[in-house]
Design a protein around this ligand. Structure first.
Ligand code: CP3
Length: 349
């Protein structure tokens, strides 16, 4: 990309370029802690909301209207593309798959995603949001990373340990590998399609990868992720963000992924993540979502501590270390966004 002058503050931080302030957005910023989201959800169920571009765009923009956030994240779910790959998903409220994928025969029936055919509503949502949001604010597209989608597909829903999924890796390594492969190829196409529809950056959520040790991560996950990232990179120059939730012990391996931004959960100080990932690494994170329940004074101190940790980094996108809790007071989010902007204004000219 040559025209750096037209980049949003968020994209400038993703690329380690000079920026007016530290950009901030919040994982799960469009969701149940917002009264306007809950009101809308009384009229329409979650799946319909994700599949109706006008509604999904409204929900995506709800937090953007309330707070001066630097980026919007598409309102959708990591599970949404699975239906178009032949696996129906219900939400109750977490994802439920009636027929978990636990055999080579079932894996063979899974179809590679063709985003333009299977997910036109998501691409249309991005187009609406991009056209309604001012040019100085970014739109982030996203998907689940292959291993995290694999976990839900094999388990059939949420779990603390995802033992069915981890068993499948060991008992049927070939079928498991084929499943990870088709997920990786599909999610690469999905990310490229979202970028082409107008997403300024794309993010891969690896929510459950913290269940693996470094050896298992290198053996089962890293090769497919490397291919996924390379396939995205071959078709778009938009920043790629990879969030390895619970991945503190995996960072040496994660470093081998050529992504632009590494998402860090709240358990690992950013300076330590940076020491492992290298001096050119741009990090996203990582305020503990529970800090939003502290006193205002304590919250400000916790935000300052994250900013202090980020000082030596090539770039920093402020975020929580995981999704915002549904019982959070929206006024605390207002305080968070303002405080990050005020504290960092003029620091990176
Ligand atoms: O604001 C945003 O971040 C954008 C929208 C978004 C949702 N889900 C909406 C949603 C995003 C980025 C996700 C990602 C997602 N979904 C992840 C990865 C991030 C993470 O948390 O690690 C995962 C693991 C899921 C799976 C999922 N979807 C669960 C476990 C649940 C139920 C529990 C919960 O946290 O709400 C969902 C449902 C879901 N996805 C809701 C929303 C707003 C709640 C639906 C409702 O009842 O209205």
């Amino acid at each position: 990309m040559n025209d750096h002058a037209s980049l949003t503050v968020f994209e400038r931080a993703c690329r380690g370029l000079p920026r007016a302030h530290t950009p901030i957005w919040v994982m799960r910023q469009a969701g149940r802690y917002l009264p306007e989201y809950r009101a809308l959800r009384e009229e329409v169920d979650f799946l319909t909301a994700t599949k109706t571009p006008e509604i999904a765009a409204r929900i995506t923009l709800q937090p953007m209207e309330r707070f001066p956030l630097d980026a919007a994240i598409l309102f959708s779910d990591i599970m949404t593309p699975l239906e178009a790959m032949g696996v129906p998903v219900e939400f109750a409220p977490g994802p439920v798959i009636q027929e978990p994928v636990r055999s080579a025969v079932q894996v063979a029936r899974i179809r590679e995603l063709v985003p333009e055919e299977g997910m036109p509503f998501v691409l249309d949502t991005i187009r609406i949001v991009r056209s309604e949001l001012s040019a100085d604010r970014a739109v982030i597209g996203f998907t689940g990373a292959p291993f995290t989608l694999f976990c839900y597909l094999v388990e059939g829903g949420g779990s603390k340990e995802f033992m069915w999924a981890r068993r499948f890796l060991r008992e049927e390594p070939e079928a498991a590998g084929a499943l990870l492969d088709v997920l990786g190829r599909s999610m690469a196409r999905y990310m490229v399609a979202q970028a082409e529809a107008g997403a300024n950056a794309v993010m891969l959520f690896d929510s459950w990868v913290g269940l693996l040790g470094p050896a298992e991560y290198r053996r089962f996950v890293l090769p497919v992720l490397k291919r996924t990232v390379a396939e995205i990179r071959a078709s778009t120059d938009r920043p790629i963000i990879y969030f390895a939730n619970g991945g503190a012990t995996l960072l040496e391996a994660v470093k081998e992924l050529e992504v632009d931004v590494y998402g860090i959960d709240w358990t690992l100080p950013l300076s330590r993540a940076g020491a492992t990932l290298g001096s050119s690494a741009v990090l996203q994170g990582n305020l503990d979502p529970a800090a939003l329940f502290a006193s205002e004074e304590d919250l400000r101190a916790s935000i300052d501590a994250v900013l202090e940790e980020a000082k030596g980094l090539a770039g920093h996108v402020f975020n929580l270390g995981h999704g915002i809790n549904r019982h959070t007071d929206p006024d605390r989010v207002a305080l968070l966004v303002d405080h990050v902007h005020e504290r960092t204004a003029g620091s990176f000219a």
